[in-house]
Design a protein around this ligand. Structure first.
Ligand code: PMP
Length: 387
């Protein structure tokens, strides 16, 4: 059977047009982008173009783009950078309960280090942040609110603009991890009221290991640097620039900006075809999260009485992912699904399918019977259900 890749939210394949743009920098170009000779100047010009392309994807000025190694670093720079430079009377951070580990963990680290206080805003059963609860947590001591644009496991979209309004009313900064949103649906940070936005190359068919924190001039000016050294990237992230990666991120952003309105509808159609095929063939299939407000490429599906790890293992060579993460050897259910009110059992029975630009109808049609067979097999085993 052919391999089918349905894990775009984990990492999306590199677009050949991006690879071509990068190739030019990897083979034909030489020099450090900070050097003043002609070789360096050419490299810096390529970086400037990418800065414009990435800014344009999220409606920001090129000068607001800080290149870094990916969304994990961008999220760390946002939260730790703000907290390190904050006045003592503004030392509380509020994050939603469904944030990625790269937001949750730096926030928890700041708390453990005594550098910030932390509150977590719950989510509705549909999976988006509960705005009443968020509002009740805000006050004059809140430094930052972090609410992601779209959840990586369910695809559910958050009310970022309303969260930003509430955060601003309390005098806090709104950070938005838009890693799964950008490139899939239009996202304009000014319209959303986001002050800091994180994004990553490999989620938008660009290279892995490059991303950006995009911010308004005033908020970027308030951040403490993540990496100290030669002062690159507004002094926030020193180090010689990864020009090929940055050019790849820029090319990926430009392709997304030009294509996402058409692609979103096509990918949404394929995702719905997949879900309908699975529902048609199997009993007890349900979707997690509000299906009326989510990314077009994602489906979080519970196959009752079938352990998701076992299903994914038996689906090979069709690739999807489980909502659970392995921490020091112990498998834990997804905090996102638990925060939405799912039982541990339901979380352990959930498989995430995420499609993308290169997914075809033939691939979806091949994935359906393979998944159905895997679920049936796992259900037929003794104790097929989740632990
Ligand atoms: N935020 C979200 C919502 C993500 O889905 C991911 C990647 N799974 C990250 C941050 C981390 O991105 P990166 O791999 O670029 O560090």
């Amino acid at each position: 059977m052919q391999e089918v890749y349905l894990d775009y939210n984990g990492s999306a394949p590199l677009d050949p047009r991006v690879a071509e743009a990068m190739w030019g920098q990897m083979t034909g170009a030489v020099g450090n982008a900070s050097s003043s000779h002609r070789f360096g100047v050419r490299r810096a010009a390529a970086v400037d173009d990418a800065r414009e392309q990435v800014g344009a994807l999220v409606g920001a000025a090129p000068s607001g783009v800080v290149f870094c190694s990916g969304a994990t670093e961008a999220n760390n720079l946002a939260l730790v950078g703000l907290a390190e430079a904050a006045p003592a009377e503004r030392n509380r951070i509020v994050v939603s309960a469904v944030e990625h580990a790269s937001v949750r963990e730096p926030a928890r680290w700041l708390l453990e280090q005594g550098r910030a206080k932390l509150d977590v805003a719950g989510v509705t059963p549909g999976g988006w942040v509960d705005l009443d609860e968020l509002d009740s947590l805000l006050g004059p001591d809140v430094l930052a609110v972090s609410v992601m644009a779209a959840n990586s496991e369910t695809g559910v979209l958050n009310p970022v603009a309303q969260a930003a309004e509430q955060a601003h009313a309390a005098g806090a900064v709104l950070h938005c991890d838009a890693t799964q949103m950008v490139g899939r649906l239009p996202f304009d940070m000014a319209a959303e009221g986001a002050d800091l936005v994180s994004l990553s190359g490999h989620k938008i068919c660009g290279p892995t290991g490059v991303g950006a924190l995009v911010g308004t001039r005033s908020v970027l000016g308030r951040l403490h640097p993540a990496v100290h050294g030669g002062g690159q990237e507004r002094g926030l992230r020193s180090g010689s620039l990864n020009v090929a990666g940055i050019v790849g991120l820029g090319a990926a952003a430009a392709i997304c900006a030009g294509e996402h309105s058409v692609k979103a509808a096509a990918v949404g159609g394929l995702r719905d075809r997949l879900v309908a095929g699975l529902r048609g063939a199997l009993e007890a299939v349900s979707e997690n999260g509000d299906t009326t407000r989510r990314l077009p490429n994602t489906a979080s599906i519970r196959f009752a009485d079938a352990d998701a790890e076992a299903v994914v293992f038996n689906m090979d060579p069709v690739a999807a992912s489980v909502g659970s993460a392995c921490h020091s050897g112990a498998i834990e259910p997804s905090p996102t699904l638990l925060a939405m009110g799912l039982s541990r059992e339901a979380a352990f029975e959930t498989v995430r399918f995420s499609l993308g630009r290169f997914t075809t109808e033939a691939e979806v049609d091949a994935a359906i019977p393979q998944t159905v067979a895997a679920v049936r097999y796992v259900r037929s085993m003794d104790g097929g259900g989740a632990r």
